[in-house]
Write a protein that binds this ligand. Structure first.
Ligand SMILES: NC(=O)c1ccc[n+]([C@@H]2O[C@H](COP(=O)([O-])OP(=O)(O)OC[C@H]3O[C@@H](n4cnc5c(N)ncnc54)[C@H](OP(=O)(O)O)[C@@H]3O)[C@@H](O)[C@H]2O)c1
Length: 274
């Protein structure tokens, strides 16, 4: 992983007016990396900023202790509460969304800025190239340390590469066990030193948590099946996300890094749903 990339991300989606309190709780619990988006439909980025301000005030962490990641969401993924002028050109929308995110989060630089999703599920488009190029400009101007893409297929990533575009530092995807936990995208990432961030590790794979394999390891290690899955994710090189709203689950999710899995168990979990 690039230096100062943490091993767990706290996700802030779908928390509405609990966002500030839950962000603060997660940071007090020990999370040091936050994922959000300037997409009011699913996130309340202003609330994340309020949670950050609360922990700074309390002297728990400083900005430099944290990894802050947010996203640019194009019109297709937004509702009417837009963080940019809908009539502006894409590069202007990126610049406006970034300025708004920095203001929401009370910072002058992000650690990671992620393209929430390409404009088409079928392939990388010229529009995506424009957006990506604008995001790289934001990076070059010092407003983010790293850039990434989300909700991408292997095809999108190969097309980016064929176009000669700068490769992302991160790929953030929903991770299905029945696809060997996004095996092909993860393999592409591993070969290129791209950090793969996995979300919906629990919710997309509820059957896996109930398998004898995962339940058995959990019983032996005296942890929960969810902790086994998060540890597995880290063991295969993923940076997992959790969006738990439960303080006990926050503690458990962070403690999953100490769960012991053998190489055979990691392989067995990787292929459990194939
Ligand atoms: N790029 C994208 O398009 C995209 C899409 C979706 C999500 N995300 C990001 O990923 C983050 C995580 O989202 P997610 O889809 O993975 O879902 P999530 O919001 O993390 O939900 C996970 C579910 O697992 C439960 N959970 C968490 N830890 C647990 C534990 N130790 N034991 C038992 N249950 C546990 C939570 O319940 P409790 O609250 O009761 O613990 C919750 O119901 C989001 O907040 C967002 O930042 C990104």
């Amino acid at each position: 992983m690039p230096p100062s990339v943490p091993d767990f991300l706290y996700g802030t989606a779908w928390k509405e007016d609990r966002t500030a309190g839950l962000t603060e709780m997660a940071l007090r619990a020990g999370f040091r990396a936050i994922d959000t988006a300037n997409q009011r439909r699913h996130y309340h980025e202003v609330g994340v900023g309020e949670g950050l301000a609360a922990v700074y005030r309390a002297g728990i962490v400083t900005r430099d202790d944290l990894f802050l990641q947010t996203k640019f969401t194009s019109m297709g993924g937004q509702d009417h509460r837009l963080p940019y002028d809908p009539d502006a050109a894409l590069p202007t929308q990126v610049a406006q969304s970034m300025a708004s995110s920095l203001q929401h989060l009370g910072t002058d630089r992000l650690d990671s800025y992620v393209l929430h999703g390409p404009s088409s599920g079928y392939g990388w488009t010229d529009e995506d190239t424009q957006t990506w190029t604008a995001m790289l400009k934001e990076r070059d101007a010092g407003r983010t340390r790293l850039v990434g893409v989300s909700n991408v297929s292997l095809r999108h990533l190969l097309q980016m590469e064929h176009e000669g575009l700068e490769r992302p530092a991160f790929v953030q995807n929903r991770c299905f066990a029945r696809l060997a936990w996004d095996h092909d995208v993860r393999a592409f990432c591993r070969e290129r030193d791209i950090v793969y961030q996995g979300f919906s590790l629990l919710t997309a794979n509820t059957d896996v948590l109930r398998t004898r394999l995962v339940a058995g390891i959990a019983a032996r290690e005296r942890v929960t099946p969810a902790q086994v899955i998060f540890r597995f994710a880290q063991a295969v090189g993923m940076l997992p996300l959790t969006g738990t709203s439960n303080p006990e689950h926050m503690r458990q999710d962070l403690a999953s890094r100490t769960v012991t899995l053998s190489a055979d168990e990691v392989h067995a979990i990787e292929t459990v749903a194939l």
